[in-house]
Write a protein of this length. Structure first.
Length: 500
């Protein structure tokens, strides 16, 4: 009964004319940037983050969330029609989706992708509504030690599960935490890591770091590679899937939704892992695995469902615990902070219209995606003809304007350029920037809860292991580190024996 009252409040907020407009703008823009390779939701949200400063919190979060899950949907369009995924999570859709398009079955592939996306999105949102409140209620009972251990575990998970080496992931998270600690120490009032610059007394603004690290560096990287696209010019017809298509797809859709829903909650896993895991499962369960790679519709239904389910359930730890499960979720937490809202379980109690309005808007947004996108397939594909050299000046200009208007400070633009250079160096060194931004966001909170726990225990570090929940979180974190380190040690030992 209480859930129905909360959902009634949420739909009352989400169905207001302005919030419907924000939701529509978000999913429309999300689909657009999901279609365009080289842009993506991370860059788009980083660019738009300062522009949401003047919006009401509900409208800002509804629009930014729409961009996020709209991009997850839009990436499938180019994956199927052009064999070029707009998002990395849609890469596996290329394998069978493009083969279906070559066989003249692009319509059913797009339709099944749309059906799988809306089913997964609605189920994922339902999970947020059911799991969020009890999880938030438990989190409200956490003390400083539990919060420290939980955030530490989330940071380790995000660092350990990124592409590349564990050392690089941990190093990036540590660097992000150091940058996050720059500014005035809350307890002592002493400046740290400011190098005598007055502009850093309050630390680096999150908007500056996000725009520089993702938008600026992405522009430089994309200008150095060729983004040629073999765009199909034929019209897509017969969007309605056949009875056989639906019969072959409904089980993969449900299985993909289950995989994506579980993996979406875990920090550092993401939509890409969920879509590839779904594809591997469908191929293993198939009576004829040789069909995969040649236009099997299950290879579209499962991964696209997993992709979108993970996009929705990413919001569970982000909204209920204040723990971002991906770099994009970290940006959404940054949007909350811009509006003076502290992320965590108290959001549901102190800002119920924001939480439940966002949940209700996700159902509305997923329906909007299907109604909007299938008729507009030809329009989206035509946007692929736009050269990237025409897009990047607009991205750059909007980023600089947005950064400047937050604090009316030219030094913020200079700092953003610095982080853009830093992000470019990270990418060239094959270091993922996601752990950096998570470290930047979580580092100050980890330090604050660590110091608070020691103050409450009069300096006794046993407080972190005497609490059962804190001990469990720390055990998971160190256990994951051991699982990642032991195979590396064994590999080096075997190489040393062979060379010896």
């Amino acid at each position: 009964m209480e859930l129905l009252q909360h959902l009634s409040l949420g739909f009352g907020v989400a169905l207001s004319p302005m919030n419907l407009a924000y939701c529509f703008a978000g999913v429309l823009l999300g689909t657009f940037i999901g279609v365009l390779p080289g842009v993506g939701p991370l860059v788009t949200i980083a660019v738009l983050l300062p522009l949401t400063f003047g919006l009401p919190p509900e409208g800002a979060m509804i629009m930014l969330a729409g961009i996020y899950y709209g991009a997850a949907y839009g990436g499938s369009t180019t994956a199927i029609l052009v064999n070029l995924p707009g998002e990395s999570s849609s890469a596996v859709t290329c394998i069978d989706g493009y083969q279906m398009a070559r066989q003249g079955r692009a319509g059913p592939a797009l339709a099944i992708a749309a059906i799988g996306s809306v089913v997964a999105g609605c189920i994922g949102t339902l999970l947020i509504a059911f799991v969020g409140p009890p999880l938030g209620a438990v989190a409200l009972k956490f003390g400083a030690a539990e919060y420290f251990s939980l955030m530490f575990m989330a940071l380790i998970c995000s660092s350990a599960l990124v592409r590349g080496s564990l050392v690089k992931g941990m190093g990036m998270a540590f660097c992000g935490a150091i940058f996050g600690l720059a500014g005035t120490d809350v307890n002592s009032g002493i400046d740290r890591f400011t190098f005598g610059m007055d502009g850093l007394a309050e630390g680096f603004d999150f908007v500056v770091v996000a725009a520089g690290l993702f938008a600026f560096s992405e522009i430089v990287v994309n200008l150095g590679v060729s983004l040629q696209r073999d765009v199909l010019t034929g019209r897509v017809t017969n969007l309605m899937p056949t009875r056989e298509d639906l019969k072959a797809s409904w089980k993969p859709i449900l299985r993909g939704t289950g995989i994506g829903s579980i993996l979406g909650v875990l920090p550092g896993t993401g939509q890409t892992i969920a879509s590839f895991a779904s594809y591997a499962l469908e191929r293993k369960l198939s009576k004829d695995p040789s069909r995969f790679g040649k236009g099997a519709i299950e290879g579209v239904a499962g991964p696209e469902s997993a992709n979108n389910a993970a996009a929705q359930t990413h919001f569970i730890p982000t909204l209920t615990l204040g723990i971002p499960s991906s770099a994009t979720m970290a940006l959404l937490l940054g949007a909350l902070m811009i509006h003076g809202i502290t992320p965590g379980p108290q959001v549901m109690t102190s800002h119920p219209s924001l939480f439940w309005g966002l949940v209700a808007s996700m159902w509305i947004g997923n329906v909007m995606l299907v109604i909007l996108n299938l008729p507009l397939v030809g329009l989206w594909v035509s946007f692929l003809k736009v050269p990237y050299r025409w897009l990047y000046p607009l991205i750059l200009v909007f980023s600089c304007i947005g950064i400047y208007t937050v604090n009316m400070s030219a030094s913020d633009v200079a700092f953003a350029a610095f982080f853009g250079l830093l992000g470019y160096i990270f990418l060239k060194l094959d270091c993922e920037p996601a752990p950096f931004i998570l470290g930047f966001l979580l580092g100050p909170m980890i330090e604050e809860n660590f110091r608070r726990a020691l103050l409450q225990s009069h300096g006794n570090p046993e407080v972190f292991v005497t609490s059962p929940l804190s001990a469990v979180f720390l055990a998971i974190a160190f256990g994951l580190m051991a699982l990642m380190v032991v195979p590396l040690v064994r590999q080096q030992k075997d190489q040393a024996i062979e060379e010896g």
